[in-house]
Design a protein around this ligand. Sequence first.
Ligand SMILES: *[C@@H]1O[C@H](CO)[C@@H](O)[C@H](O)[C@H]1NC(C)=O
Ligand SMILES: *[C@@H]1O[C@H](CO)[C@@H](O)[C@H](O)[C@H]1NC(C)=O
Ligand SMILES: *[C@@H]1O[C@H](CO)[C@@H](O)[C@H](O)[C@H]1NC(C)=O
Length: 211
Amino acid sequence: MSLFKLPVALWAVICCLPALAHGVPTKWASLHCPSNSADGLPTPTYGSEQIVFTVCAELNISAPLIDVYNAILDFQAYPSWNTFVFAVDLPSNVTTTPTDSYAGMPMTFHTAGVLPFFNTTSNEVLTMLDSTNLDGYSLSAWRYDNSLGGLGMRAEHPNVLVDVGGGATRYLSFETYYMGIETALVLLLKGNLQTAFEKQAADLKAYVEGS
Ligand SMILES: *[C@@H]1O[C@H](CO)[C@@H](O)[C@H](O)[C@H]1NC(C)=O
Ligand SMILES: *[C@@H]1O[C@H](CO)[C@@H](O)[C@H](O)[C@H]1NC(C)=O
Ligand SMILES: *[C@@H]1O[C@H](CO)[C@@H](O)[C@H](O)[C@H]1NC(C)=O
């Protein structure tokens, strides 16, 4: 090692080892859909370990970030625009979304397009509502809730919004599936889920830009 490289190496150790030891915090605003679905994206609840695959959609919406954020959390309006999650059951004390949406809120999603001849339902829990933060992005997320406490399947769906200027918002919507006993089953549905995510993103863009 040359004399020049030594201080650089020392600096790298001092600066970066603590970060590695504690897991590098996710830079949400700089995430993009991976070109290979096996290169999964991390989620707020489950992180980046034991990822099996990620389905992902990304596009720009010509609307302010807060309008897109509110549309994503306005679950009562999903029947009017979302062809993938065509209805959402909410707790009885939640009367107006997005205002009443809260972290920990249980929801039942009614979904089309996951299986060929049937509509499906899934229980979800809203895990994250962060409308704007100092780094100029917003993050909301919900995770699949299974009664086996995550043994059957762990999956989480983050929505990352970034103001890209010119009145436009970049929308990154993905779901990462983790190791579990139901994972082999879900792996068979990966293509359908990817198509559904792309459809949902296009639906949201049309809805927000048209309203
Ligand atoms: C969104 O817009 C930004 C800024 O114009 C551009 O750099 C980026 O490539 C666009 N992203 C997509 C997915 O179209
Ligand atoms: C609904 O109930 C949940 C759980 O008890 C509570 O956290 C939430 O704040 C309530 N929301 C409203 C709008 O009352
Ligand atoms: C799924 O639900 C939608 C919306 O209610 C309905 O139009 C459609 O016919 C259903 N599809 C199946 C296969 O049951």
